[in-house]
Write a protein that binds this ligand. Sequence first.
Ligand code: DAH
Length: 352
Amino acid sequence: MNLEALEQLLQDTKANAEQAIAAADSIDALRSAESKVLKGPLADALKNIKQFDAADRGRAGQSINAAKKDVQMLFADAQTKLMSADVASERKKSADFDPTLPPPLKRRGAFHPVTAVQREVERLFRGLGFAVVGGPEMETEFYNFEALNIPEMHPARDSQDTFWLTNGWLLRTHTSPCQVRAMQRFGPPMRVIAPGRCFRYEAIDASHENTFFQLEGLLIDKDISIAHLIAFMKLLLRQVFQRDVEVRLRPGFFPFVEPGFELDMSCAICDGKGCPTCKRSGWVEILPCGMVHPNVLRHGGIDPHEYTGFAFGLGLTRLAMMKYGVGDIRILNSGDLRGIVHPDRLQGERIA
Ligand code: DAH
C-alpha cells in the first residue's frame, strides 16, 4: 500500500464512522460501532505498517494515528449529543410529574351504621333547638341509679346487669345519667340529647350485646304534656325512616318516668312476621319514654311544681339495625364491612 491508497482508506474510514454514528440510536450502539470501525482497515493498516516504503512509514503511522483520533473524537461528540438528548427527553417526561403537587384528594372511610343514624337524629334535634351533650362512660352509682329514682334494691341494679369497677364506679348501663347531669348544668327550660355508648353484663345473642348505643333525649319546660312527647317521637321515627312506621305505645315501667311508655316499631327485618331479632314477636322495643319523674327533677335541682318534661332513651344500635336491615347485632361490633355507610349516601342500603 502507498500513501495515496492510505489516504483513500482513511477517508473511507471516516465516512464509515459518520454513517455508523448517524445510524446509532443509543449509547451502546455507538460504542459497538466505534470499536468495529477502529478494529477494521485502520487497525490492519497500522499492523501492516511494514508494507509501506521505509521512507513513508513515519508519515503513514502519523496519518493513521491522527485518523484514529479523529474517529474517536467523532464518536465522543456523538456520545455527548446522545446523552444530553436522553437527559432532555427524561426532563420532558418528568415535566408531567410534579413531585411538589399535593396528592389528589380521595375521600376515604365511611360511617358505621350506628354513627350514620346518630348523625341523622342529631341533625333533626339540633334543628328543633336541642343541644347535643355527652357524659362519661364511667359513671357513679348516683347518676346511673340514685338520681334516676332507681332504689337500692331495684333489679336494674343487679350485678348481673352492671359492670362494676374496682373503684366503686360502674360502666353506665344507659345514657339516662346524662339527664340529671344536664339538668344541673343547664337548668330549665332545656332541651338536650345525649348519644353514647352503654354497657351491660349480658348474654350475647342476635339482639343483645354487652356494648351498644343509646341516645337520650330530655325536654323540660312549663306545661309539657304526653301530647308533646308523642308528637316528638312520631316526628323522630318518620324522619329517620322517611316513611310512616307502624308503631305501638304501651305502658312501661321505668323508675325515672311517670307515666312511662314502651314505644315499639314493627320489626323491619321480618316485616312484623317474627324472627330472632324481634324474639319472634314482630315488634322491636326501640323508643322507651315517659314524663320525667318529680324525684328526678328534684335531683337535678328543678322544682316539679313549676316544670314538667319528657325523656326518651332511643336504642340507637337497634335503630341502625332496623334502618339498614342488619339482622344480628353482633355484626355491628365485628369487622364486617358490609354495613358501613358512605358519607355521601347516609340513607344507606339494606344488607342481609
Ligand atoms: N334508660 C332506659 C334503659 O336503658 C331507657 C329509657 C326509658 C330512657 C325511659 C328514658 C326513658 O329516658 O324515659 O332501659
